[in-house]
Design a protein around this ligand. Structure first.
Ligand code: 13P
Ligand code: SF4
Length: 362
């Protein structure tokens, strides 16, 4: 049966039966299988993950597992990363191949190669610029970084990666998320006048040769539409309405939100922060809704608010539902058509190098 036909059948099946089937298939597949789940996954899916985590933790887990099948409940760049870090005989599956990341789509290899070329009109990028890609990017961009002396970073190691990068070359080209780069550099004390924005739709990114020569950090003009829905005014309202509240923000939020926050960190570190806090502590959290709702249920003794009055959900993370998970498990059991994510060999080699540079910093 094709994946489409199987999915159709599963959508006609009551959800409790699907849940039972997932339990049974997991049991049957045993240690043939590892399910990795990102913290933004919906409640009905995350409970089936053998390991949950942020992008860094899940990449580390992928690099260590020997399981022949890895189902990645997350988005495409995460599954690609897992494929790069696992052996050729291991299969990485993304339950819904349409689960992408709109931020990762904001920089492609043609645009970044053009940027490198334009930079070479005013300086020697190979000796003076370290390319740093946020893990939320295609394998082609990770390969670009591997080939050009660069590295990958995540939201939990961006500072360490920038230190490494500036230790090697005087400038950093950071893509695709402007905000993670900017917030991390500001926290490290890099002055604003040493940063420029690179707009991929303008020649020289919209900068003068002098501005490029002076810049220490070149920030790609990319963003996460989910995290930019949080505003500094939301933090001010929370503080007014709930004295003593702590604001926690993901570094993909704008500079204004991060500056208004008491703590800025990855999804995993936000969870740890709330876990370690005293009973009665109050939080308003600026990151994806599924994670915030989960924390609210897990810690009823620590009142938690979602920072924005609007719903900020990652629609692509939401694509993975029990039906898609069940279809992936069924396909593994039946050795039939899988939504396998497989990075081409030429990208794999260089992308692995840039990921290993990052993992070696841990
Ligand atoms: P984390 O690595 O902090 O989990 O972030 C991943 C992500 O996509 C946030 O939008
Ligand atoms: Fe991408 Fe934003 Fe979704 Fe994270 S929350 S996966 S950055 S679109």
């Amino acid at each position: 049966m094709s994946t489409q036909a199987l999915l159709k059948q599963l959508y006609d099946t009551p959800e409790e039966n699907i849940i039972e089937q997932i339990h049974a298939l997991k049991e049957e597949l045993g240690d043939q299988l590892l399910i990795l789940g990102h913290h933004y996954q919906r409640e009905e899916v995350i409970g089936f993950a053998d390991i949950t985590g942020d992008s860094l933790k899940l990449a580390q887990e992928a690099s260590e597992t020997k399981a022949p099948y890895i189902i990645f409940c997350g988005v495409h760049f995460m599954a690609e990363t897992a494929d790069i870090l696992t052996g050729d005989d291991q299969v990485v599956i993304l339950p819904d191949p349409a689960a992408g990341c709109s931020m990762a789509d904001m920089a492609d290899i043609e645009q970044v190669s053009r940027c490198w070329q334009e930079l070479s009109e005013v300086l020697s990028p190979e000796s003076s610029v370290t390319p740093v890609t946020y893990i939320n990017s295609t394998a082609a961009l990770k390969a670009f970084c591997g080939e050009h002396g660069g590295i990958v970073c995540t939201s939990s190691n961006a500072q360490k990666v920038l230190e490494w990068s500036w230790g090697n070359r005087e400038k950093v080209l950071f893509f695709p998320d402007q905000h993670l780069g900017e917030n991390t550099a500001l926290a490290m004390g890099v002055p604003e006048h040493e940063m420029i924005i690179w707009d991929p739709f303008r020649h020289m990114g919209g900068n003068t040769p002098e501005a490029i020569q002076k810049a220490k950090l070149i920030l790609w003009k990319g963003f996460c539409s989910v995290h930019l829905l949080f505003k500094a005014e939301h933090a001010a309202t929370m503080r007014k309405n709930h004295p003593g509240i702590q604001i926690l923000a993901h570094p993909e939020c704008s500079r204004e939100v991060c500056e208004a926050a008491d703590f800025v960190g990855s999804t995993e570190s936000i969870i740890q922060h709330v876990t370690r806090a005293d009973t009665g502590s109050k939080f308003a959290i600026a990151t994806e809704l599924n994670l915030v709702n989960r924390l609210r249920i897990r810690f009823p003794e620590k009142p938690i608010w979602f920072l924005s009055p609007m719903v900020c959900m990652c629609s692509t993370m939401f694509r993975t539902d029990p039906q898609h998970l069940c279809a992936s498990l069924t396909a593994i059991r039946d050795q039939s058509q899988l939504n396998r994510v497989s990075v081409p060999a030429d990208q794999r080699r260089w992308a692995k190098l840039s990921l290993e540079r990052m993992l070696n910093l841990a």
